[in-house]
Design a protein around this ligand. Structure first.
Ligand code: G3P
Length: 228
């Protein structure tokens, strides 16, 4: 499993269109598109679907969240080792729809590393992006909350903010891979994101709620391929 760049990460969120077999269908489409274009597509299903999906596709499968606990006496939390055992190779942390305080983000990144999980940590503005990069995640995804789920792409609506976020991230820690997300729905949105010096995108509704998720993924992956 190769984590090449640029990358397209698809968060299935809690959309009904991505539950169970429907999520598996999207993940299989991601695998076909990835094989066809050579672009790395990460799928991020709901937690109960990780094992089903990870056992049937070769693209990287990430969790939507982990809790920064050690194994033991806790109830209802998500243990990084359990995610890894289910077949995930990484996790989102601090999505705008599942925010953590900075100290817990730090713990979650450390715990993910202990469980050998890669980390995409989300941020809501350029300054928070910089703070997160000081904690050395693998990827940091800048996502302005007000554009999430709107279909208005961050890469065309806020180019200067994306540039600023990437610049601050790189200044703090150039090993962290900068991504952006929110409203990314077309190949042009992906091209614009990469032109703004990100190394890929994090998206959800543009694919998960599309009539033909595979066609949208194909368009996005071909756009990413053209930037190489
Ligand atoms: O995790 C991706 C996300 O928050 C962006 O959502 O629906 O705007 O692509 P969406």
């Amino acid at each position: 499993m190769k984590f090449t760049l640029p990358v397209i990460a698809v968060n299935f969120k809690t959309y009904l269109e991505s539950v169970g077999e429907k999520g598996l269908k999207i993940a299989k489409a991601a695998q076909e598109v990835s094989t066809d274009t050579g672009i790395c597509i990460i799928v991020i299903p709901q937690q109960p679907d990780i094992r089903l999906i990870a056992s049937q596709v070769d693209v990287p499968v990430f969790a939507q969240h982990i809790d920064p606990f050690k194994a033991g006496s806790h109830t209802g939390y998500i243990l990084p080792e359990a995610i890894a055992d289910a077949g995930a190779t990484g996790t989102l942390i601090n999505h705008s729809e599942h925010r953590l305080i900075l100290a817990d983000i730090d713990d979650a990144i450390r715990r993910a590393k202990e469980a050998k999980l890669k980390t995409i940590v989300c941020s809501n503005n350029p300054e928070v992006s910089a703070s997160i990069c000081a904690l050395s995640p693998d990827y940091c995804a800048y996502e302005p909350p007000e554009l999430i789920g709107t279909g208005i792409s961050v890469s065309t609506a806020q180019p200067e903010v994306v540039l600023k976020a990437v610049e601050l991230m790189q200044k703090v820690n150039s090993d962290v891979i900068p991504l952006c997300g929110a409203g990314i729905s077309t190949g042009d949105d992906v091209t614009a994101a990469i032109k703004l010096k990100t190394r890929g995108v994090l998206l959800a509704s543009g694919v998960v709620k599309a009539k033909e998720p595979k066609a949208v993924l194909q368009e996005m992956a071909e756009a990413a391929q053209k930037t190489l």
